[in-house]
Design a protein around this ligand. Structure first.
Ligand code: AMP
Ligand code: MG
Length: 331
């Protein structure tokens, strides 16, 4: 199949709609990462998404809708605090998990009785969702376990030949995936950290937990159990206290003839030669926005990325650290 990249306009949106109506997948930009979208109501369309990505069949998808979409047609909205969260953060990088009405394909939620719904704020995403006016099931538009795409080119590199159309909305400004938050219980529980932090949610609702699976327990957000977001080159991860060890590792790998690059926050860069650094930046916003872009760049130029965890661990950085740890995980 021939894959085209097109700017978002009335022609490309009409084409996207035709492809979706014929059961194909279309990639589209959001403020977090690019999504691989299909008609959430159709088994064949949803199955195709799993096939294209090579995604495990027990890792449920998020349904994307435009801001005026009738939420009550998809889910039971039982908790008053969920409306407060929507008012505070949507459209935006927050996915809410509700009790499902079963209006979309069962394959979307992998047999769970819940449905994850997201209303992206990206103008191009809103235009696309409004134009097609259907619930769009969409995971990140990359081969399963690889780094999430933050540009149309990243999508093309991973998925060319497997989908007909990539809608190009430029570089994603958020940089890491949406926060996934369960709103079925008495208070919200963050299942996946992201750009809307647990602290920000608690400010609205008074209370918010972050779910950490206990060993042996069935995970509540199945996607979180996988190694993820990984570059194709080798990685070595060091904590923010291990700057000296990271430096030694850098020198020893370099001595052995490997192309070694260091990924870390700006204030830690001093110890390393300028031409071998991947600079995450200073603020938590910058670090979230730069992480995947730099991992994509790194895998093209490095044999090994030596990554050093940023010092700040809470707020949005919880999401950044979660992605960085998984990107550098063994399995
Ligand atoms: P991705 O599409 O790669 O951004 O991953 C979607 C994330 O949302 C994964 O971590 C899934 O486990 C999670 N997710 C999707 N649907 C549900 C659901 N119904 N309940 C809990 N987590 C979900
Ligand atoms: Mg993903």
């Amino acid at each position: 199949m021939f894959t085209q990249i097109k700017q978002i306009n009335q022609d490309s949106l009409a084409e996207a709609k035709r492809w979706l109506e014929s059961g194909e997948s279309v990639a589209f930009p959001t403020e977090t990462v690019y999504g691989l979208g299909g008609d959430a109501r159709r088994d064949d369309s949803v199955r195709k998404i799993y096939e294209i990505k090579g995604r495990p069949s027990d890792n449920p998808l998020i349904v994307h809708v435009h801001k005026d979409f009738d939420l009550s047609s998809l889910v039971y909205d039982e908790r008053p605090y969920a409306a407060e969260l929507r008012k505070a953060f949507l459209p935006g990088p927050l996915t809410l998990v509700y009790k499902s009405r079963g209006a979309v394909s069962n394959l979307v939620s992998c047999g769970l009785d819940t449905l994850a719904v997201r209303v992206p704020s990206h103008a191009g995403a809103q235009e696309f969702l409004k134009f097609v006016d259907m619930p769009i099931a969409a995971p990140s538009a990359n081969i399963s376990k690889h780094i999430s795409p933050v540009s149309a080119e990243h999508v093309y590199e991973d998925l060319k030949g497997k989908l007909p159309l990539i809608l190009d909305g430029g570089r994603c400004t958020g940089g890491i995936e949406s926060t996934v938050c369960d709103v079925t219980g008495e208070y919200p529980v963050v299942l996946r950290t992201g750009l809307v932090s647990a602290e920000m949610i608690a400010q609205v609702t008074g209370k918010c937990d972050v779910y950490i699976p206990k060993s042996g327990e069935r995970v509540r957000s199945p996607g979180m159990k996988y190694k993820h977001y990984a570059p194709k080159c080798r990685t070595r991860l060091f904590s923010s206290e291990q700057l000296n060890e990271a430096h030694e590792e850098f020198l020893s790998l370099q001595k052995s003839g490997l192309r070694v690059f260091v990924l870390c926050e700006e204030s830690e860069l001093g110890a390393f030669p300028e031409e071998y650094v991947l600079n995450l930046g200073n603020t938590e916003k910058e670090m979230a926005a730069n992480l995947y872009e730099l991992l994509h760049k790194g895998e093209k130029i490095a044999d090994v990325i030596v990554a050093i965890e940023p010092k700040k661990k809470d707020g949005v950085m919880a999401g950044v650290l979660n992605r960085l740890t998984k990107a550098c995980a063994e399995e």
